[in-house]
Write a protein that binds this ligand. Structure first.
Ligand code: DAH
Length: 346
């Protein structure tokens, strides 16, 4: 029996295991229940007791050798197979899962595109701002409620030398970019500033603590309220269609005088009255006005030589009117069933 074990050992040693088929026939021949090694174990029961020790040892060695050879070849072949599936250049390239732009990005790009056609260039400013750019230079009185902690996220300064720890904050509107542009650029200025803004609000269908705005600013000699009106009519018709009507209602902002809010004719009913516009025919879109002389002077621009207009709108709001979205939270949930609806080339 020892001799037979030796012969099988050599056979196993020289067996080639390069394919799945070879591997399987090896297993059947040597390692299965009816395979050669099992047969030897059966015969082992009948050999004389005095040779059991030596033969048993050899037999166990043979079984171990065959099992190891089988296992290592099997894992090698598996790895080869995995490699092939990863770099299979013959796999079809389509269907390719295609993403879509977020509705906020679509509308932001569209608004930028509309204003760039009439000479407005994009400018940006920091999201972490100071009180000066967000409030003081925009003519907010020291006790103005917008400075209140209820609305504004303040960030304490780390350095102890800073006398006023409430000076650093997250901007509550993109009007702060107006100030930065005026401080570094001489008129004529024609700019739009898109960006994120932050307000300490409870999240609901109508309010969010983070949202997006676009600010517009035009400063030159002899800029009038008529220029503001004409620019905004052009904008509203480009964004919502040529039949769109606009109306201005008097309003108040510290940084504009006079100030107004602009409504567009309802994008659903066209102005006839429906439940979206609460049967008024109008939807509020943006705030605007003539830049307050105090703001120009605070930024070292002569208020006797120059005049200008400014406007600001929420991008979420502009997109809601365009796509009839009725809940602000949808923009932030990343639900693919919502996002997939905005396939566009823009
Ligand atoms: N900053 C205002 C807000 O966040 C929007 C705004 C109103 C901007 C009138 C302007 C403006 O530039 O002239 O509600």
């Amino acid at each position: 029996m020892i001799d037979r074990i030796g012969e099988i050992y050599k056979e196993i040693e020289s067996a080639s295991l390069n394919t799945v088929e070879e591997l399987e026939s090896f297993r059947l021949k040597y390692l299965s229940k009816k395979g050669m090694i099992s047969v030897l174990f059966d015969e082992f029961r009948n050999i004389p007791p005095e040779s059991k020790k030596q033969t048993g040892q050899k037999l166990n060695e043979l079984k171990q050798f065959a099992t190891e050879k089988y296992n290592s070849s099997s894992s090698f072949l598996k790895k080869q197979e995995d490699k092939l599936t990863v770099s299979d250049y013959t796999r079809p390239a389509f269907p390719y899962p295609q993403g879509s732009r977020h509705p906020i990005s679509i509308v932001r790009r569209e608004i930028i595109d509309i204003f760039s056609r009439i000479g407005f260039v994009v400018s940006e400013g920091p999201e972490i701002e100071d009180d000066d750019h967000v409030f003081t230079k925009l003519n907010f009185a020291p006790e103005h409620p917008a400075r209140d902690m209820q609305d504004t996220f303040y960030i304490s300064r780390i350095s102890e030398e800073d006398s006023n720890p409430e000076d650093v904050l997250l901007r509550t509107h993109t009007s702060s970019v107006q100030v930065r542009v005026m401080q570094r650029q001489k008129p004529p200025i024609r700019t739009i500033s898109p960006g994120r803004v932050f307000r300490n609000e409870a999240v609901s269908a109508r309010a969010h603590c983070i949202f997006h705005q676009i600010e517009g600013l035009y400063i030159d000699e002899n800029v009038s309220f008529a220029d503001l009106k004409q620019t905004l009519i052009f904008f509203a018709r480009e964004l919502y269609g040529m039949d769109t009507q606009v109306r201005l209602r008097p309003s108040y902002f510290p940084f504009t005088e006079p100030s107004a809010e602009m409504d567009v004719s309802c994008t659903i009913c066209g102005g006839k009255g429906c439940n979206v516009c609460k049967y008024t025919g109008w939807l509020e879109l943006l705030g605007c006005g003539m830049v307050h002389p105090n703001v120009l002077e605070a930024c070292n621009i002569s208020s006797t030589k120059y005049t200008g207009f400014a406007f600001g709108m929420g991008i979420e709001r502009a997109a809601m009117l365009k796509y009839q979205i009725n809940d602000l939270r949808l923009y932030f949930e990343n639900d693919l069933r919502f996002l997939n609806q905005f396939r566009t080339a823009f």
